[in-house]
Design a protein around this ligand. Sequence first.
Ligand code: C2E
Ligand code: MG
Ligand code: MG
Length: 688
Amino acid sequence: MSSKIKEKTLKKLKRKSFWPSIVLFLAFLLVSVTIVFAGINLFATYIIGSKMMGLYNQAMDTGVMVERFVQEGDSIPYAVANATRLSRNPSNVYLTDAEGRRVASTGGTAPVFSEQVEWSMGEEYTIYKDSKWDYGTEAMDDIEDIFEFHVPELANRVFDSTSMEPADGPGINRWMEESIIEQQFWIDVPVHLENRNLYIKCNLQIQRQDVIYIMGLGAVALILLFIPLIFLFINTILNIRMQRRVTKVLYMDPVTGGRNWLYFQGQAAKMLGSAWNSRKTYAMVNLHMERYTNYLSCYGSQQGEELLECMDGFLRARMKRKEVFGHYNGADFGLILRCEGANEEECEHYCYLRLRSLLAELAGLQPERKLHFHAGVCMIPPMEAERGNYFVRRTNLDIDQLFSFAHTAQQTSHNDAEQIFFFSERLLEEQNWEQWVEDNMHAALAAGEFQVYLQPKYTPTDGRLVGAEALVRWVCPERGVIPPGRFIPIFEENGFIMQLDDYMLSQIAKLQSEWKVQGKKTVPISVNISRAHFTQEGLAEHISRLVDGYGPKHQLIELEVTESAFFDDKEVLVDTVKQLRAYGFPISMDDFGAGYSSLNSLKDIPLDVLKLDSEFFRGEDEAGRGAVIVREAICLARELDMRVVAEGIEQRAQVDFLASLGCDMIQGFYFAKPMPVAEFEVRVAADA
Ligand code: C2E
Ligand code: MG
Ligand code: MG
């Protein structure tokens, strides 16, 4: 699974399991609590309402009785006293005239006409406060409070043993029926008595059982709603735990047990992308252990994994705040380091010192074994906004791209002495160039873009054209003529050099036989055979068959082997050279004297031609030391029965000097540069 897909899956997982559950849980909690409170309120209102209805009906009965007694001829005070006495629930009555003046009353209190409230329960009632009634708590000062529940107050009273009005009956029933809240007030009862208003005093009693019912209902509702809530809560917790576990697995490296590449990518992007960190210089580092495969084959994969685990632990301990690292693959780790310094150079130097000590410590992880580490670094400078002096986010950061730059830098190391390499534009260009060459080489060969150029070889004494070297040129329609130095090393790395050398060899064989057929003068032409060829089994036979496909004499095709090839598998090389000579191909040692020369190679391998490297003829040679070596090399070649070609000759004086030493051939710009075949043919014809 690619890292992008993994990241997407993780995001989906987070979205699915985590937030919806939390939101659902909170929403459900809110709705549940609201429903429970609304239900309790509704039930309470219903209980009060029904009690009020009862009181009102009783008051109406008393009012009807007063009306009837008056109609039967009783005086109003008498009718009032009689009705009060006979009513189901005897209560006080207050009678006024049209102006509100008292006409008759029972009991000592009166309605307070200024404090009234309209209350509706199907019908509208007007209720008045009682003049003497002490409403008890402060909260009950207002008549409207009669109808409001104050839950803590109620709860207190439920369990308060002192009741307002003890009930009759045994035990629990009595306790339940005891009234715990009482409110007295007056109701305006509509009666048909001429210019008279009748008010009847009511006593609203709330019993303990009323409150217990309401609270019981609330509790049941809460329990019923909380069961799914608890399930939802457990589900949310499980989801969060599951998501954490999945995240852990997703971010855990199976080899090191530490953080993996996906984690590194995510964290690195987050850290580098944050506006706050944009002020800092960072470095992307590719830490690499050299020859890890050797380590594995020597000590086994178990020990190899243990070493990586150990490296992971070491790096974890060395990382500072706002730094991150992760295992890439094999023995490669990615690191993001914070670099301190006032400018670019200081930051780079800081990074270099930090890495140097890290690498030194890493090398000592297993003192009994020699471990080598390299680091490639790609610096990530701070971001500065174009306008003003403030910093902005580093957007569109491609962590993989940065790492590939660090990796490119790391790969430029070819020896153990230097360990830290910094990425540069030049490296990038090289990398791009390599890629372009690899992408186009096959098509170019098929399209004949690789062309044979020939550089003639002349005798130094009389300047006769006696041979030539075949040198390849990539004639690219878009990029023009590309010299071999730009692509041969790449082909040697990727193996394409075999195909190219075969192609050059067959081109020369073809030319030689064509010239022969056309009756033109032929001279031996040397072809470069890369050292990479000598790993190929049956190389001599292969070359012989290739040349024979065109039929020229083998003596006309000389094979140049660079001196450096003699440091590879010498036995194979000696065998192959011997076989090639047996097939009749002259063999020359190219670039003799360049790099690490070994005269020993001349001892073991029978060769026909020695090509003195052009370096002998470069630069100042005031002390004449180069001249001494050239003289001795020519003597040596003579003694060993070899002909000598001097390469890179650009001056007349050099030609004369070489002529005086008895050098056989000169190949250099003094006589001719490498040229296309047609031009070469003209030269040969002119020389003939
Ligand atoms: P080399 O085989 O040593 O070829 C000689 C190089 O020296 C050629 O460079 C030639 O152009 C250059 N040269 C000759 N005389 C002078 C001079 O007077 N002054 C200067 N400055 N240079 C001179 P070129 O053609 O660029 O080839 C470079 C190398 O590429 C060759 O070195 C050879 O190692 C390799 N090469 C070229 N063609 C082939 C090929 O077809 N196959 C293989 N395997 N290697 C090739
Ligand atoms: Mg050569
Ligand atoms: Mg050479």
